[in-house]
Design a protein around this ligand. Sequence first.
Ligand SMILES: NC(=O)c1ccc[n+]([C@@H]2O[C@H](COP(=O)([O-])OP(=O)(O)OC[C@H]3O[C@@H](n4cnc5c(N)ncnc54)[C@H](O)[C@@H]3O)[C@@H](O)[C@H]2O)c1
Length: 276
Amino acid sequence: MVATLRGRAAFRRLEGDEHGGKGAHGMPGFELNGKNALVTGGARGIGKAIVAAFLEAGANVVIGDRDEETGTATAAELGAGFVRLDVTDSASLDAAVAHVAAELGSLDVHVNNAGTVINKPAVDTTDEEWRRVLSINLDGVFFGCRAAAKRMLAQDSGGSIVNIGSMSGHIANHPQPQASYNASKAGVIHLTKSLAAEWARGGVRVNSISPGYVGTELTKQGMSNEDWKKTWLESTPMGRVAEPSEIAPAAVFLASGASSYFTGSDLVVDGGYTVW
Ligand SMILES: NC(=O)c1ccc[n+]([C@@H]2O[C@H](COP(=O)([O-])OP(=O)(O)OC[C@H]3O[C@@H](n4cnc5c(N)ncnc54)[C@H](O)[C@@H]3O)[C@@H](O)[C@H]2O)c1
């Protein structure tokens, strides 16, 4: 019964203005007018670009990051809110979701973007290093999905969750060794599908984005290594890395009513890397 009612609410969204209204250029649904969003790891890099794009699409956005200094500066620069959180601590994600819902009235879009990488041969990776990567990249995404979904399932309008995976969840990068990262990102992609199936009838969509190499702090060290850089660029059909702003439109699409029949999907945005 609950699922049926929510299904109807979702259908109404397609016809009406709330989720499926006309975009700025008459493209139905390609906007986030009045939507309330939380973006983890939004202080810099891809997360920052997603925050900027969401604001441009009409959303109210709160950045959730463990780096308070950069996070508050980015929030002030872009016109977003800020809440300190550490994705490895589920209570801080629960509190951040409660904060956004209390301040803004609802949580319509949640992006699990915070992530980290360690480039180390598997045989030299310590237990602590393995757990640190899995804790941020996979536990953090699960904790974020669970916190957001509890709120979204309880509101008639449902919601959209976007997880930032990686092409590393599909392929093993070279030449750098990073088994912990690759495994964590494969986990994100399949967790996304599993949660999408569980929550679809509750009106909550869950999708992921798998970027290729993007020019951020995360890849700075790799790009400064001439051998790695050469291999990365030669392995990418487009011959370059992405700007963070080239990943953000996929997040706007998955957050918006334009993707209303998308759930459990993974959008690969990699300049063709996984084609070869
Ligand atoms: N840069 C790439 O080439 C690339 C490619 C594919 C996927 N990704 C993924 O995109 C996401 C963003 O990466 P980026 O390149 O912008 O990285 P980045 O290092 O520039 O930014 C990561 C942000 O996450 C925050 N963060 C890290 N750990 C956190 C924690 N425990 N709690 C809260 N916040 C935390 C950091 O403070 C930072 O603001 C990550 O999930 C990453 O794995 C990046």
